[in-house]
Design a protein around this ligand. Structure first.
Ligand SMILES: Cc1cc2nc3c(=O)[nH]c(=O)nc-3n(C[C@H](O)[C@H](O)[C@H](O)COP(=O)(O)O)c2cc1C
Ligand SMILES: C=C(O[C@@H]1CC(C(=O)O)=C[C@@H](OP(=O)(O)O)[C@H]1O)C(=O)O
Length: 386
């Protein structure tokens, strides 16, 4: 399976095409929109999220609520395009060239390097695509992928572990209790004390004209042993998940299971003893590995954490240089998020859903759901008898 996305943050719409989804998978359109809504929430988001109410149109590959095996085409309309039509237009607008063109690169964004690389003197041609608005489509794609995974009992959830210097309790996340964002609970943590402190930290950063990053965690349950492979570097599923996570805008690091803490422990306090019972088959006494050995799932839940840097655009901006005059300037900020860590947790959950679904298809692949189910059941029998 593969997918591509297209579209600009202030353009008319965002688009994705998924290739290789098997036929006969029931698609719950509402569930796709639910994932999109989850991505838009969280304390610290800016005014743009008040304008958009993302819903996906599925315009290919699904008939009567079921996949046909044809490419699936998805689109999400940018409501904000109404206010940007003139600026995004190729025709000159009355305000004139200087106002229309972006020539002041923002530190922490793709603006300057993208402008140099693609030889663009209007940095809008870079920022329109580098924006995290693009993650809308990655979530829509993940929302389709997880419907295939659900057929085989595979579920995902996410939570926020840290925002700025506030750390939430690290108790195991109950997978059947998706941490939903509500008005009373706007950060996506189970630890209520930490939640209040996180909200205050975000508000304080906003008042100071500053921004915050954090750490988010995703858990995947119900994954069979043997997705991914040790035999070739680019078939290692933990490696692919790491790539998917760090490809999310502003994500700078990833860890599995105990992760970076492994560095300070002896091996006897890291590796997970192997056990066997008739009832459970092979399983582990602990899951410090976060569900992976040798680039393959080992049957334990996948546990991944990602670190997001603070939002780049500051209301008290950092120094930069105008590409026309080469003179320093101080930017005027119109709107921006202060913290998007809770939303980023949902993005991470859905990009991981895609990677797991792709590995699942590589292992049990077939053209129809029935064919995959038969391959899967045969494999489960093999595992049981091994
Ligand atoms: C959900 C989400 C929302 C974001 N919102 C903003 C924002 O409002 N303002 C901003 O400057 N950066 C925002 N970012 C981060 C930038 O998109 C990102 O830092 C930039 O594209 C440069 O990419 P890099 O940080 O991966 O190097 C957001 C990121 C995510 C994941
Ligand atoms: C639009 C989204 O996030 C945007 C990501 C983003 C950035 O620079 O990455 C900047 C902001 O966009 P704008 O400049 O239009 O206010 C965010 O709102 C979204 O998540 O859907």
């Amino acid at each position: 399976m593969r997918y591509l996305t297209a579209g600009e943050t202030h353009g008319p719409q965002l688009t994705a095409i998924i290739e290789g989804m098997p036929s006969n998978v029931s698609i719950d359109f509402e569930a796709v929109n639910q994932q999109l809504a989850r991505r838009q929430k969280g304390h610290g988001r800016g005014r743009r999220m008040l304008i958009e109410q993302d819903t996906a149109n599925i315009v290919g590959g699904v008939r009567h609520g079921q996949t046909t095996g044809a490419p699936i085409a998805l689109e999400v309309i940018n409501k904000d395009f109404k206010s940007w039509t003139a600026i995004m237009s190729v025709e000159p607008i009355e305000d004139g060239e200087a106002k229309r063109r972006v020539h002041r690169p923002r530190p922490g964004h793709a603006d300057l390097t993208g402008g140099i690389k693609y030889n663009q003197k209007d940095l809008r041609n870079i920022l329109e695509r580098s924006s995290a608005r693009e993650t809308t489509m990655r979530v829509a794609v993940g929302a389709i992928a997880r419907q295939l995974l659900a057929e085989f009992g595979i579920k995902l959830a996410c939570q926020v572990i840290r925002i700025g210097d506030v750390v939430a309790g690290r108790e195991a996340m109950p997978i059947d209790q998706l941490i939903e964002i509500t008005e009373e609970s706007p950060v996506r943590v189970t630890d209520k004390e930490a939640e209040a402190a996180m909200i205050s930290a975000i508000d304080a950063a906003k008042s100071a004209g500053d921004t915050l990053g954090g750490i988010v965690e995703v858990i995947v349950e119900g994954v069979p042993a043997g997705l991914g492979s040790h035999v070739q570097w680019d078939r290692k599923l933990d490696g692919r998940i790491a790539q998917a996570v760090v490809s999310i805008q502003a994500f700078k690091g990833v860890e599995f299971g105990l992760g970076f803490e492994m560095a300070q422990r002896p091996g006897s306090k890291v590796h997970d003893p192997i056990l066997y019972t008739e009832e459970r088959g092979y399983h582990r006494a602990s899951n410090n590995a976060g569900g992976f050995e040798g680039g393959m799932t080992n049957g334990e839940p996948i546990i991944v954490r990602g670190v997001m840097k603070p939002i780049s655009t500051l209301y008290k901006p950092l120094p930069s240089v105008d590409i026309d005059t080469k003179e320093p300037f101080t930017a005027q900020v119109e709107r921006s998020d202060t913290c998007a860590v809770p939303a980023a947790a949902v993005i991470m959950e859905n990009v991981i859903a895609w990677e797991v679904a792709q590995a699942f298809m590589e292992k049990f692949g077939g053209d129809s759901l029935e064919e995959i189910r038969s391959n899967y059941e045969q494999y489960l029998n093999h595992v049981e008898g091994y």
